[in-house]
Design a protein around this ligand. Structure first.
Ligand code: DON
Length: 331
């Protein structure tokens, strides 16, 4: 049994919170054995499946870090959150939403079938590969570097540094990209690409290969929790309307065909990536008790052993436990 229900009588010092999270990470690490690291991008096979780590960055100034928190990893599909934000900032929300829908698919992240079966004119949402590739095609620029420049600028504003592409991951993505190429050609056929196919795919492979840390995920999650504002500086980094839109998509589509279960059992906006990362967002809640992080927090989780939907298996279990213990659900 995992210990640690926090109630109104519990002393909520940072030390106590740290002890709880350490205990929970140790417990859920055993579940990493039930998952498998992604292998369809060969370089991702190198990840250690028993790794599990979490960083919680609170609006109250408390940061809790536990487990394997120092391993850099490629952002993968979590990048889709930020390219969508970038495209909305560059082109305007209605331009982007005229070209990508906001409906969950109930299918795998790299499904082609749902595009053809639905006879769609635009991909279902910006977080499945089809939608993300379409969104990437909307970014201005005639090279991947030009297209991704505003994304790097956004990262720099949020994180205080410019993350870099991991070239080994990028090469591996590119060399093993048959499925994404098939999706790309299908999008080309239905007129859902606004830039050249090769340029779009190359940009997409680069954005997925950007290397980040768990601390970065927690920091970016916290900015989204505050509707795009960086509380440290009081600056709006992401326009409020875009931040709120992206959170609704994270909740409904962020965990792919496990999004319904994640909303029901964890209850917070989140986005996963196949390298094992999850960014999760806990907006401020009003409660007349002493639960921790009532003022909101951003969470980063890393656990490369995945479930059959391509989400971190132990990472989801850990998030579910913490969300239940600390009443994180937005519902
Ligand atoms: O395009 C791909 O398949 C990967 N670069 C990203 C997929 C991904 O992260 C799905 N997430 N769980």
């Amino acid at each position: 049994m995992v210990q640690g229900a926090v109630n109104r009588h519990t002393k909520l010092s940072e030390e106590w919170l740290q002890k709880y999270v350490d205990d929970w990470v140790a417990f859920y690490r055993k579940h990493t054995k039930e998952g498998k690291v992604a292998s369809y991008i060969p370089v991702l096979k190198k990840a250690n499946p028993s790794h599990l780590g979490i960083v919680i960055s609170g609006n109250n100034g408390i940061t809790i870090q536990s487990g394997d928190v120092s391993i850099p990893f490629s952002i993968q599909s979590i990048s889709k959150v930020f390219t969508f934000i970038t495209a909305c900032m560059q082109r305007g929300i209605s331009y982007v939403l005229n070209r990508v829908d906001v409906e969950p698919t109930g299918e795998a992240f790299n499904s082609i079938m749902h595009l053809e079966m639905g006879k769609v004119e635009k991909p279902f949402n910006p977080f499945v590969n089809a939608g993300a590739i379409s969104v990437t095609s909307l970014l201005d620029g005639s090279t991947p570097e030009e297209k991704l420049e505003p994304l790097y600028e956004l990262f720099e504003k949020m994180l205080g540094y410019r993350p870099k592409v991991n070239r080994e991951v990028y090469q591996s993505e590119k060399e093993s990209s048959v499925r994404n190429r098939a999706i790309g050609y299908y999008l080309l056929e239905i007129g859902a690409l606004e830039s050249d196919l090769e340029l779009t795919l190359d940009t997409y492979f680069q954005q997925c290969s950007i290397e980040i840390s768990l601390q970065d995920l927690a920091t970016m999650g916290k900015i989204l929790a505050n509707d795009g504002e960086d509380l440290k500086t009081g600056k709006e980094i992401i326009p409020r309307q875009i931040a709120r839109l992206v959170k609704s998509l994270m909740l409904t589509c962020g965990m792919y065909d496990a999004s319904g279960k994640f909303a029901a059992y964890v209850g917070i906006p989140a986005k996963s990536g196949v390298s094992g990362g999850i960014i999760a967002v806990v907006p401020p809640r009003a409660r007349a008790n002493e639960l921790p992080f009532l003022s909101g927090c951003g969470i980063g989780v890393y656990g490369p052993a995945l479930d059959s939907q391509g989400n971190s298996l132990a990472g989801i279990k850990l998030l579910r436990h913490i969300s239940n213990q600390w009443d994180f659900s937005i519902f």
